[in-house]
Design a protein around this ligand. Sequence first.
Ligand SMILES: Nc1nc2c(ncn2[C@@H]2O[C@H](COP(=O)(O)OP(=O)(O)OP(=O)(O)O)[C@@H](O)[C@H]2O)c(=O)[nH]1
Ligand SMILES: [Mg+2]
Length: 319
Amino acid sequence: MLNLLCRKKAANVISLVSKRFLSKSSPMANSKFDYVRNFEKNDAILPNCWIVVRIDGKAFHKFTKKHDFAKPNDDNGLNLMSYAAVQVMKEFNEIVIAFGQSDEYSFVLHKTAEVYNRRESKILTCINSLFTSSYVFYWNTFCEPKKLLYPPSFDARVVLYPSDEDMRNYLSWRQADTHINNLYNTVFWKLVLEGGRTNVEAQEDLSGTFSADKNEILFSRFGINYNNLPQMYRKGTILLRKNVEVPKLDGKRTQAIVPFFVDLIKDQFWNEHAEVLTRDRPQDYKLDEEQLMHPLMQKQFDIVCKRKNNNKNTEQNSP
Ligand SMILES: Nc1nc2c(ncn2[C@@H]2O[C@H](COP(=O)(O)OP(=O)(O)OP(=O)(O)O)[C@@H](O)[C@H]2O)c(=O)[nH]1
Ligand SMILES: [Mg+2]
């Protein structure tokens, strides 16, 4: 071990010396222009803070209209967002939880994360570009036969939270926002699509109303109990890493990114998924029926099964 360290150190010294030597002797390498590199700022994120990266679709009111998304919630569009988020979580294993709704996703990197030496611009740009490219890459998988008509883009920001409580409150804020927006949008589109109101009239109808009023309009005029609408619309999608059994593979387990549509504001969630705060290894988890059948899980299971079959074939074909 010591020997290896000494050799590494020696290699570094040799590389430094040769760089200096080159800079004097070769006009090409380390030229007089090299100093501009020092203008780059050191943007390492404060240690021991939770890192939240939130991405948000740019002008998605237009994008969703142009692509004829169902109003107010398009299952395929929402699942595509979540599958793009799964790709991000697979690549960045220090993301311990993600939360998505509408055209936004928040990724929470554990406060001890070390990826890219915590350089903000690297973390932000790599997560955002992987999310965006995945959204485009998997468009057909979720939205066929609709064609993608133009390239979507997402803005992204980094927000730091110094305490566990602040980070939890951040996620609670996003989930509360999901409920407020969804209740408003559900009533709004009912009034327009089934109630014969124009957009402006529906907006006026709802101006100054409280949640109870909106629930009442839904129930008395459209026979809808808001609490019976799908949890994904009302609570958003939470993504967690879990160890789950792969169906049809003799009890074989795999690490997967599992969608949850539950309340994350109360303590119960944080007690049941304590590894999010502690950064322990993913826990064994038994999927419920909804999770088992969810396209996010089905797609991940397909990949595991395909890999397993490929391995079997390679073994069989090898001499
Ligand atoms: N029909 C439909 N529209 C959706 C859905 N999800 C998101 N949207 C649209 O996306 C918008 C997202 O809101 P914002 O992010 O505030 O608006 P934006 O147009 O993306 O504007 P910027 O984020 O500021 O660029 C919503 O207002 C809806 O118009 C969906 O499932 N169905
Ligand atoms: Mg947006």
